[in-house]
Design a protein around this ligand. Structure first.
Ligand SMILES: *Cc1c(COP(=O)(O)O)cnc(C)c1O
Length: 388
């Protein structure tokens, strides 16, 4: 265990909650719906192999990663299911990706040529999915040009090089607008051309936000990331009211905790942190936490965020440093050196959500998760109790 008394800060990962979030998605998509678990960026900071290890018994269709390296790491961790690499493979990574039997995403004919050239490296042959760009504009073949690229792709496909999937990606599934409907219509238009040959291919489009909001755009498979890890993919939709309020919520999977390494009583006028941006208004009691922006606690939370100590909120005072953060515990007299403060997660009846931290930091919860530093040990909790 890494949250023993000499550990200054750590991340707790609740495996049972992760599994319950997966089951929530299974219930939403039904028995025929496949789930591609997105574990890019080391499982959003939770650890890709750990996430896969927890979810393997629940039978996901496969995993989604951004890079060949991430896919190879999963193979090395013993994962045998399909692993879809969503980013275009750089030429230098193609051989290794083929040898590991990864599934490539094709966004350009030249990428398929390269994939074809390494198909012999995988005894079972290679699979690929085609990404169709319907408005995201990063990768993918243009939906308007399906007739051209379909001819090219079909001509290169065979027993050793199998075209097994087609997908697109929504740019605003978390916003209240009509863009997802428009993207889906574009996708359907291209799919009509793709599907004219009668070959069954797995169709997928939905990230966490889309799979919660749009049952009609789920296709054959969904690609959740954030929801599995306890983030709310649709905070704006919820705050817009009505249509958002009934959407399922993910259970908290991750908590960020740090110990109080020092406590001081300070006189009025005492300043704290770089720039001395906070000054004690009265006699105050300050606790110094062993965590800072070098651990991924956003510096934007300086003088804005809070921590939970003994189930109560204590405001962050002054600027967050690389390694240390100071909170005002004047109202929590029992706080003592060695006590645990919660920066993200629950303590008693109080909770600091990922969304709260993300909004204070002016970003999305994905970035908070993936920004959590490697300096923080990951500690698994809740491994046993896996209640349906
Ligand atoms: C990251 C990603 C997802 C998952 O998105 P979430 O918002 O985390 O659910 C799905 N599809 C693709 C292509 C992605 O890159």
């Amino acid at each position: 265990m890494s949250n023993r008394a000499d550990t200054r800060a750590w991340i707790e990962i609740d495996r049972a909650a992760l599994r319950r979030n997966f089951r929530t998605i299974q219930r939403l998509v039904g028995p025929a719906g496949r789930i591609i678990v997105m574990v890019k960026a080391d499982g959003y900071g939770l650890g890709a192999a750990r996430v896969a290890g927890a979810l393997e018994p629940l039978d996901p269709w496969g995993y989604g990663v951004a890079t060949a390296e991430e896919g190879i790491a999963l193979r090395n961790a013993g994962i045998r299911r399909p692993i879809l690499v969503t980013e275009p493979l750089p030429s230098a990574a193609t051989e290794a990706a083929a040898s590991a039997g990864l599934t490539a995403s094709i966004s350009h004919p030249s990428q398929l040529d390269r994939w074809a050239a390494v198909a012999h490296l995988s005894p079972a042959g290679l699979d690929f999915h085609v990404e169709i760009d319907t408005g995201m504009g990063r990768c993918g073949l243009d939906w308007r040009e399906a007739a051209e690229w379909v001819t090219f792709l079909r001509a290169r496909t065979g027993a050793q090089l199998r075209w097994t999937g087609v997908y697109t990606h929504f740019h605003s599934a978390d916003l209240v607008d009509e863009s997802s409907a428009e993207q889906w219509a574009r996708f359907r238009e291209a799919l009509r051309v793709v599907e004219a040959d009668g070959v069954g291919r797995m169709v997928h489009a939905a990230n966490s936000a889309a799979l919660l909001r749009f049952p009609e755009y789920r296709g054959d498979a969904v690609r959740p990331g954030l929801f599995l890890y306890g983030g709310d993919p649709v905070p704006e939709v919820r705050s817009a009211g009505d249509s958002g309020t009934h959407l399922p919520r993910a259970e908290v999977v991750l908590s960020v905790r740090a110990r109080i390494v020092m406590i001081r009583e300070v006189a009025p006028g005492t300043t704290v942190g770089y720039g001395a941006t906070y000054r004690a208004a009265r006699r105050e009691r300050w606790a110094t936490l062993g965590i800072g922006y070098g651990d991924g606690l956003p510096r934007a939370l300086s003088n804005r965020g809070s921590a939970l100590v003994h189930g109560r909120r204590a405001p962050i005072v002054g600027r967050i440093s690389m390694d240390l953060t100071v909170i005002d515990v004047t109202e929590i007299p029992e706080a003592a050196v060695g006590d645990v403060a919660t920066l993200i997660g629950r303590d008693g009846g109080e909770e600091i959500t990922l969304e709260e931290v993300a909004s204070q930091a002016g970003t999305i919860n994905h970035e908070i998760l993936t920004g959590l530093g490697s300096r923080l040990p990951r500690v698994e909790v809740g491994g046993g109790a896996d209640v349906e």
